[in-house]
Ligand binder design. Structure first.
Ligand code: ATP
Length: 452
C-alpha cells in the first residue's frame, strides 16, 4: 500500500508532527522544511540504519563528520564553481523563473506565455563570507554535496587508519543547493541531508565495484520497507552525466508525484582526488613541490611493492535523507477498511524506522498504582536501547491505539488493574491489531523479537 497523493502525506506530516514548513510564522521560506518531534526520530532512524550498514557492518569503511562551510578553492578545483549549474529561463511576461529542463514544451508553467529567454547557467551554490570583511578573499560556500570534504580529508583518514584499497569513507550531513524551483514537498528542497559513501578502488576494478554498489543499495532500500516494484534503475545518458562522472546509475522511486531519483550511484573516477592533488594525473609523483600550487597534498596511495603512486578511482552511492523519508512514509501509508466498515490509517513502517517503538498506556489516568507501574515499565523497556518508548497517560486506550497506528508505533502496552495482581499487560500489535496478554518478565523478549 502507499499514499494516493502527496497531499495526504503532507497533511499527515503536519497533523502528527513529522514535517513543518520552516519559518512558518513569517510565511515560510521556500524550499526549506523543519522536522517535528516524530520526523526527527524517523530521520535519525533512517540515518542510523544507513550508518549501521555502511560503517558498522563492514570493516572497510570509516566515518567522517566534516564542516559545512567550505573554502572556495575546494569548490573551484572540484569544478563546481564552473559547472554546478542548472539552465535557467525567465518568462518575459510574468517574470517567473524556471529550470529549462523541467519545462514541458517552451511554455511558462505560470502564465502559459511562450515568451521565454534563452536558457543560461545558474550556479546552485550558496555563497557566504567568513569573517567581518566582505571581499573576494573571504568568500566561502555552504557545501552543495558532502563528498568534497571526504576527498579533501582522504589523506588524513588514510594516515590515521592505515586503510588499504579498496576502502570507503562515509558521511551523513547537510548540503545546500539554491534550486531554481524547489517543489514536491521535501523531495526538492534548498537545504537537505545526504548520506554519501566514497568508496576508493584500484583503477580498473571500478566498473565491477560500481555494479556491486548498485546491487547493494537497491537491496538496502528494500530493507527499509520499500517494495521492489516501486524501485527502478536508470542508467543516466552520457550527455546528462555530471562533470565528474564516467557512469551513473540512479535508483528511481515511484514518488506520489512521479518516478524520480532517490539515490545516485556514480563512478567519479579519479576526477576529484586528481583535481585536489599536486601533479594531477601524473602517477609517477616524485616531486616534493606541488605543481598545482593551490593544494599542498598528494591525494593518492603508494604501492608497497614498486613504490608507485596511484590516484584511486571512486564509486559514490549518494542518497538523500529527505527523499528517503518521503519514500518510506509513502510506502508505509495505508488506509484500511475494517470489518465494521470504518477506516483506519496505519503507517506500516519497518519497526527499526518507527519514531516510537512502543507506547505504555495506563488504563486509568488517575489511578496511582497503575500509573506508577506503567512509568516503571517504560523506564525498564528504555534500558533495552531499542529507541523511544513512550509513557502516555491520556486514559483513552482506544484513541491511543488509533493515534499510534497513524504514526507507526509497532506495539502498544496497556497496564491495567490485573497488572497489579499478576504482572501481566496487554500487548497490541499495530499491523494485526491482535492483543495478547504477556507477563512483564517476557516483554523484553517480545520487544527484542519484534522491534530490533
Ligand atoms: P536531481 O537530478 O533530482 O536534481 P541530482 O542528480 O542533482 O538530483 P545528486 O547530485 O546526484 O542529485 O545528489 C545525490 C542525492 O542527493 C540525490 O539522489 C537526492 O536524493 C539528494 N538531493 C539532491 N538534490 C536534492 C534536493 N534539492 N532536495 C533534496 N534532495 C536532494
Amino acid at each position: 500500500m502507499s499514499a494516493q497523493s502527496m497531499e495526504e502525506l503532507v497533511a499527515l506530516c503536519k497533523r502528527r508532527g513529522f514535517v513543518y514548513q520552516a519559518s512558518e510564522v513569517y510565511g515560510g521560506l521556500q524550499g526549506v522544511y523543519d522536522y517535528g518531534p516524530l520526523g526527527v526520530e524517523l530521520k535519525n532512524n533512517l540515518k542510523a540504519a544507513w550508518w549501521r550498514s555502511m560503517v558498522y557492518e563492514r570493516d572497510d569503511v570509516e566515518g567522517l563528520d566534516s564542516a559545512i562551510l567550505t573554502n572556495a578553492k575546494v569548490l573551484r578545483y572540484s569544478g563546481h564553481e564552473e559547472t554546478f549549474a542548472d539552465p535557467l529561463v525567465d518568462c518575459r511576461k510574468c517574470k517567473a523563473r524556471w529550470r529549462a529542463d523541467h519545462l514541458e514544451g517552451e511554455t511558462c508553467p505560470g502564465c502559459g506565455s511562450r515568451d521565454l529567454t534563452d536558457p543560461r547557467p545558474f550556479n546552485l551554490m550558496f555563497k557566504t563570507n567568513v569573517g567581518p570583511v566582505e571581499d573576494g578573499a573571504s568568500i566561502a560556500y555552504l557545501r552543495p554535496e558532502t563528498a568534497q570534504s571526504i576527498f579533501t580529508n582522504f589523506k588524513n583518514v588514510l594516515d590515521s587508519t592505515s586503510a588499504k584499497l579498496p576502502f570507503g569513507i562515509a558521511q551523513i550531513g547537510k548540503a545546500f543547493r539554491n534550486e531554481i524551483t524547489p517543489r514536491n514537498f521535501i523531495f526538492r528542497v534548498r537545504e537537505f541531508e545526504q548520506m554519501e559513501l566514497e568508496f576508493f578502488v584500484e583503477p580498473g576494478t571500478d566498473e565491477a565495484w560500481h555494479d556491486e554498489w548498485v546491487h547493494e543499495r537497491l537491496a538496502w532500500w528494500q530493507d527499509q520497507g520499500i517494495n521492489g516494484n516501486n524501485l527502478e534503475l536508470l542508467r543516466v545518458p552520457e550527455e546528462e552525466l555530471a562533470h565528474y562522472s564516467k557512469a551513473t546509475v540512479d535508483v528511481m522511486y515511484r514518488f506520489p508525484h512521479g518516478v524520480e531519483e532517490l539515490e545516485g550511484i556514480a563512478n567519479r573516477t579519479d576526477f576529484d582526488l586528481g583535481a585536489h592533488t599536486k601533479n594531477q594525473r601524473d602517477l609517477d609523483i616524485t616531486a616534493a613541490v606541488p605543481a598545482n600550487d593551490e593544494s599542498n597534498t598528494r591525494l593518492a596511495v603508494q604501492r608497497q611493492d614498486d613504490k608507485r603512486w596511484t590516484v584511486p578511482f571512486v564509486i559514490e552511492p549518494s542518497a538523500g535523507v529527505d527523499r528517503g523519508v518521503l519514500a518510506v512514509l509513502n510506502e508505509a501509508y495505508t488506509v484500511e477498511t475494517l470489518p465494521n466498515g470504518s477506516k483506519r490509517t496505519v503507517l506500516s513502517l519497518q519497526p527499526h524506522l518507527a519514531p516510537i517503538k512502543a507506547a505504555v498506556l495506563p488504563l486509568k489516568r488517575n489511578h496511582d498504582g497503575i500509573v506508577a507501574r506503567a512509568r516503571a515499565l517504560k523506564a525498564d523497556l528504555m534500558k533495552l536501547g531499542l529507541g523511544r518508548v513512550l509513557f502516555e497517560n491520556t486514559g483513552n486506550i482506544g484513541k491511543g491505539y488509533r493515534r499510534h497506528d497513524e504514526v507507526g508505533t509497532p506495539l502498544c502496552i496497556t497496564v491495567d488493574f490485573q497488572t497489579l495482581d499478576d504482572e501481566t499487560v496487554t500487548v497490541r500489535d499495530r499491523d494485526t491489531m491482535q492483543q495478547e496478554r504477556v507477563n512483564t518478565s517476557g516483554l523484553v523478549d517480545v520487544l527484542r523479537e519484534r522491534i530490533a
